[in-house]
Write a protein that binds this ligand. Structure first.
Ligand code: SF4
Length: 224
């Protein structure tokens, strides 16, 4: 984990910025590779996560591991976090005030990790980043958006693994959707490669122009 994320996690250990701070057992900061290309964001910690202080460690977590492995990655190679870092009592949905209070911490994680692709797990996570979208309509799709605080970003909507456990047909859908992730990631990398190349070419062009202007000024100076 990067030093910045370590420090942020330490700073948050005793966070009481919203009511969830009073009822949690452990803060669930998030874990994984701080330079990961893929970042998974769920809604909030469940019972098991709250007990262990780790994201996605229950049965739904096992399914997520399976999905991550299905695209030839391991849990250690991605980053996993939630919209809120403390468990809402009785697994209720986090309240808008709680989501708002916790956002600056997720924002800092996103700015530090700079994932190429953010996988939004479930409708609550989808609603946080892409309000008004329906998971049943956009799952399996990559959506590029300008997001306040993090800039232009590609999101990928997927059903929450817990939903896939309740409804077996969703597991097959989830697996099918995950199959698209490597190709999407490859495309994003290609595009960012092209953008970098264009930036370098533009810079070289600008340098050339500056050199020409400099030479012209020198020749005037020496009366050539
Ligand atoms: S959910 Fe977030 S804002 Fe609320 S107490 Fe936990 S860390 Fe703090």
């Amino acid at each position: 984990m990067s030093e910045l994320l370590k420090k942020l996690e330490e700073d948050l250990r005793n966070c009481q910025k919203c009511g969830l701070g009073k009822t949690r057992t452990n803060l669930v900061f998030g874990e994984g590779d701080s330079q990961a290309d893929l970042m998974f964001i769920g809604e909030g910690p469940g019972k098991r996560e709250d007990e262990l202080g780790k994201p996605f460690v229950g049965v739904a977590g096992k399914l997520l591991d399976e999905m991550v492995e299905s695209i030839d990655l391991t849990r250690k190679e991605v980053y996993i976090a939630n919209v809120v870092k403390c468990r809402p009592p009785g697994n209720r949905d986090p309240l808008p005030d709680e989501v708002k209070a916790c956002w600056p911490y997720l924002e800092q994680q996103l700015k530090e990790i700079k994932p190429k692709l953010i996988i939004l797990l479930g409708r609550h996570s989808l609603e946080r980043f892409l309000p008004g979208q329906k998971i049943s309509q956009v799952h399996g799709q990559a959506l590029r958006r300008d997001f306040p605080g993090i800039g232009r970003q590609v999101f990928f909507a997927a059903y929450h693994p817990a939903a896939a456990l309740y409804q077996q047909s969703l597991k097959a859908t989830l697996l099918e959707d995950f199959k698209r992730i490597p190709k999407i990631l490859e495309k994003i990398k290609e595009e960012s490669g092209l953008e970098n190349k264009k930036e370098i070419e533009d810079l070289q062009e600008e340098n050339k122009k500056e050199q020409i202007i400099k030479k012209k000024k020198q020749s005037k100076l020496f009366g050539e």
